[in-house]
Design a protein around this ligand. Structure first.
Ligand code: ATP
Ligand code: MG
Length: 310
């Protein structure tokens, strides 16, 4: 089910990440918008490895969940790997955060339920660890949908990119056990979710800012994650006890003690506004309206306008 990459027409540049560039494109045969991610692959990477990457990426075709960004196809062209995926018109939580400063707790609760549903699909149904949960990999649209993207199905792609990746000025959502290169599991994603939630709720990455921004400082950040107590939600924002508890559980430094996605789905933080008997459908519909309303106030269309003019 691969699309024809020669039929993609550029509409706008959306963003730039550590590994490549993401563009909004139109697929001419269907006039559908898509997001096209282009990742340069050094010429020195063997053709065998490139085909292996494409092979591994085909696993994405089989990932079908309403909480995971749809995958339309991958191609390898003149030293680049291209991935076509569903276009999410309100962008990532990282982008939104930079315009709104902080995301309110009730919206975060609704977002977290959807991220957990995506985790349930990956961890339980597919036995996949995402490995890169962070605000820029959680996307939203004006229909009020929340979906995650950029997960590690390709070990080869990860290896190839790791060699090219620049570490400067970066932050890490990586769990202590991953930093120590110990065997890790799906619970590494739960840690990353905890760090992500603190950042989204407070507007600040929870480790000291002065330890980032140079390769040397990046290593001290890693040391900090391993050697210091886990970050917690600050008290002065007045968050609910349920939110404090949820984040503390995600950020247990002992991976064995961290709850699984199935356990977290029962946590009161994600069904705050309901009583014991949860009508899932009604809850989801209500939360979707909440997210849609909130997305509208963050003015995602402004993003469209500025990006196209740029
Ligand atoms: P890193 O490279 O460190 O993972 P990143 O996630 O920001 O950072 P990319 O995955 O290249 O890097 O994405 C760049 C930006 O493009 C993202 O921050 C996001 O705002 C936007 N983006 C990515 N995928 C989509 C999509 N499917 N729809 C809409 N916007 C997207
Ligand atoms: Mg990304």
């Amino acid at each position: 089910p691969n699309i024809d990459f020669s039929q993609l027409e550029e509409v706008a540049l959306i963003g730039r990440g550590g590994q490549g560039v993401v563009r909004k494109v139109r697929y001419v045969p269907t006039q559908q918008f898509m997001a096209l991610k282009t990742v340069p692959i050094a010429d020195s990477v063997a053709d065998g490895v490139k085909s292996e990457i494409l092979m591994e990426l085909t696993a994405l075709y089989n990932c079908a969940s309403p909480h995971i960004v749809k995958f339309y196809g991958a191609s390898h062209l003149r030293g680049r790997i291209q991935l076509a995926m569903e276009y999410m018109n309100a962008g990532s939580l990282a982008e939104i955060l930079s315009t709104v400063g902080r995301i309110p707790e009730d919206v975060l609760s609704a977002i977290t339920l959807r991220v957990l549903k995506a985790f349930h699909y990956l961890h339980v149904d597919r036995r996949i660890i995402h490995r890169d949960i962070k605000p820029s990999n959680i996307l939203v649209n004006t229909a009020g949908e929340v979906k995650i993207c950029d997960f590690g199905v390709s070990g080869q792609l990860a290896n190839t990119l790791a060699m090219a990746q620049t570490r400067v000025g970066t932050v890490t959502y990586m769990s202590p056990e991953r930093i120590r290169s110990q065997p890790h599991s799906a619970s590494a994603d739960i840690w990353s979710l905890g760090i992500t939630l603190i950042e989204l709720a407070t507007g600040r990455f929870p480790y000291p800012p002065d330890v980032t921004n140079s390769p040397l400082q990046f290593w001290s950040l890693l040391r900090l994650v391993v050697n210091t107590d886990s970050p917690t939600l600050p008290e002065h924002f007045g968050f609910s006890p349920e939110f404090h508890s949820f984040v503390a559980l995600c950020l247990d430094k002992d991976m064995e003690a961290r709850p699984s996605v199935t356990e977290l789905l029962w946590h009161p933080f994600i069904c705050l506004d309901t009583n014991v008997s949860v009508d899932q459908e009604a809850l989801l519909a209500k939360q979707t309206r909440l997210i849609r309303k909130w997305v509208a106030t963050t003015d995602p269309l402004q993003r469209e306008v500025t990006k196209i003019e740029a």
